[in-house]
Ligand binder design. Structure first.
Ligand code: SAH
Length: 525
């Protein structure tokens, strides 16, 4: 029925009303956000985020969403004033946007969440609040401290440590909390730590009370320093602990010896540089991180689209002229289908040529696009595919080979020699990632304990990308850094390039490499 058809008399549609979701990002580990918070993040149109909200969470945001960093670090480096932030939230909502306001920890615990919501209410903007794991409970837990315990404490308080110590009248009833509450957790208190401990002792808390200070809790960079009310300020100064850190005071801290699960993981605190391509690195990185390592992904290879798609686009238009379409790698297949989709085409447009692949993994990628390969060689190499094709008869055949911009010539040469006409088109390029400055700096600062190499090309690219002026500089950068290689070929390349191998598994797989790294550190411990 067309009764509802719009007529000239109908008013224009009212703009969609926006809404603001104030979401707690959790303490640092991106997986500690709530399921609800994550789901909202995945449909955000605008994300306004703070310094303490894990940057890794931003990967969850839709690609076309607008990201606005509003800073705030230890209360000094404000990228935007609170008033500007408030106005921004109101403006985005009025534009009809779904706005996520993402804050570290819980938004209503020392997060000014209350103030932001008040402004939204005053302006009649719709909103919801999603709580988060606050850093106090996370820091205690990740430092091996149960924040309450029947035998030690019946109460816990979250306190700001940021209060101006010169202020005449304090908002904190030091005389009451010093002895009246079992566990005390101070946020933003590193600068004032000497004053905080003094006030607690002056008001009757025992100088022997155990204290732990935890920096970057629940992240691979977590650092903790333990002491008593009497000693902690000096120890924290000696350890040069800077914000963000929390101060946990109370008898429960003594349980840390027994249940310090997070920091006792076998690779905790080890800084490992993983040099595979980003796509391949994840398995290795996940395994190492599960064991507590702090991984830096220094990919030595990045895959990007070709300079131009013109060649492929042209061949796609006359695909019917070809006898064979060949895929010699998973990557080529992925980029090929990505482009096909971008052109609004799909598997039906590949009707015509027979399709050959280099191996079963590539065949599986094709299968995922609804295509069964006509030819899979017995041996999964370019040579193997060439041999299989020769048996099919190549004279006079037209072959299309989408592949990397720089690739081995064995396959096209063999087929041409056998009488085929081979057209190669680039569908991706291998480039050295541009962002190696971070890796170089980490090495300069001696912030890397171990480097893993999983192929000869990772060794070669890594050294090229470091851009050392000579052998002396290479040695200086890598001095003290342990090297792990996956197998003998990689190791041989590394040795030829002047590296010393410290870790080498007996079988050449990722799990075996991880085991060998564990063994290495277990022996040294
Ligand atoms: N809303 C936040 C707190 C913001 S106040 C929450 O609920 O956690 C900022 C203070 O939080 C920092 O100065 C520090 O004391 C603490 N903090 C936040 N994240 C932290 C982390 N990962 N490790 C240690 N302290 C943290």
């Amino acid at each position: 029925m067309d009764v509802m058809k719009k007529t000239a008399h109908n008013p224009p549609p009212t703009p969609r009303a926006g809404k603001v979701y104030l979401i707690g990002a959790g303490p640092g580990d991106p997986e500690l956000i709530t399921v609800k918070g994550m789901k909202l993040l995945q449909r955000a149109e605008v994300v306004v985020y703070d310094y303490l909200a894990s940057k890794k969470l931003l990967k969850q945001v839709p690609k076309d969403a607008e990201l606005v960093y509003v800073g705030k670090m230890g209360g000094v480096h404000h990228a935007h004033t609170q008033d500007e932030i408030n106005r921004m939230l109101v403006d985005f909502a009025r534009q009809g946007k779904t706005v996520v306001r993402l804050k570290g920890g819980d938004p209503f615990i020392f997060g000014r969440g209350g103030e932001e919501i008040e402004v939204l209410v005053d302006h009649g903007i719709a909103y919801e609040v999603v709580p988060g794991v606050t850093s106090a409970t996370a820091a205690a837990t990740y430092a091996g401290v149960p924040i309450t315990h029947r035998q030690y404490t019946a109460s816990v308080a979250f306190i700001t440590g940021h209060e101006d110590p010169t202020k005449a009248a304090s908002n904190i009833a030091w005389d009451k909390i010093a002895t009246g509450i079992g566990t005390l957790v101070f946020y933003m208190g590193i600068k004032n730590l000497p004053i905080i401990t003094e006030k607690l002792m002056a008001n009757g808390r025992s100088p022997e009370t155990p204290v732990v200070v935890v920096r970057w809790a629940s992240t691979p960079e977590q650092q903790s320093v333990e002491g008593t009310l009497a000693t902690i300020a000096d120890r924290v100064r000696a350890a040069k602990i800077k914000p963000p850190a929390l101060i946990v005071v109370g008898e429960v801290v003594s349980l840390r010896d027994k249940i310090n699960w997070y920091e006792k993981r076998p690779l905790f605190g080890k800084r490992i540089l993983v040099t595979r391509t980003r796509e391949q690195a994840s398995e290795l990185v996940h395994r190492l991180e599960d064991l507590g390592a702090n991984c830096l992904e220094g990919s030595t290879i990045a895959l990007v689209p070709p300079d131009s798609w013109a060649e492929l686009d042209q061949e796609l238009r006359r695909l019917g002229d070809y006898d064979w379409l060949l895929f010699t790698s998973i990557n080529a297949t992925r980029f090929f289908f990505q482009r096909l989709a971008e052109l609004g085409l799909d598997a039906r447009n590949l009707k015509g040529p027979k399709i050959g692949v280099v191996g079963t993994a590539t065949a599986e990628v094709l299968q995922a696009h609804g295509i069964r390969a006509d030819l899979v060689p017995e041996e999964f190499t370019g040579e193997g595919l060439a041999a299989a094709l020769l048996k099919e008869g190549m004279p006079g055949k037209k072959v299309l080979l989408p592949r990397a911009a720089k690739a081995r010539e064995v396959l096209p040469e063999t087929l041409s020699e056998a009488g085929a006409t081979v057209t190669t088109v680039p569908v991706y390029r291998n480039v050295q990632p541009a962002d190696y400055a971070e890796v170089r700096q980490a090495l300069e600062e001696k912030a890397i304990d171990l480097i893993t190499f999983t192929s000869s090309s990772t060794v070669i690219n890594f050294l090229e990308m470091l851009q050392c002026a000579g052998e002396a500089e290479q040695q200086r950068l890598l001095d003290g850094v342990k090297i792990a290689t996956i197998g003998p070929i990689t190791a041989k390349t590394a040795v030829q390039k002047g590296l010393t191998i410290h870790i080498q598994p007996k079988t050449f797989t990722i799990p075996a490499l991880v085991d060998a790294i564990l063994d290495h550190y277990a022996k040294r411990a």
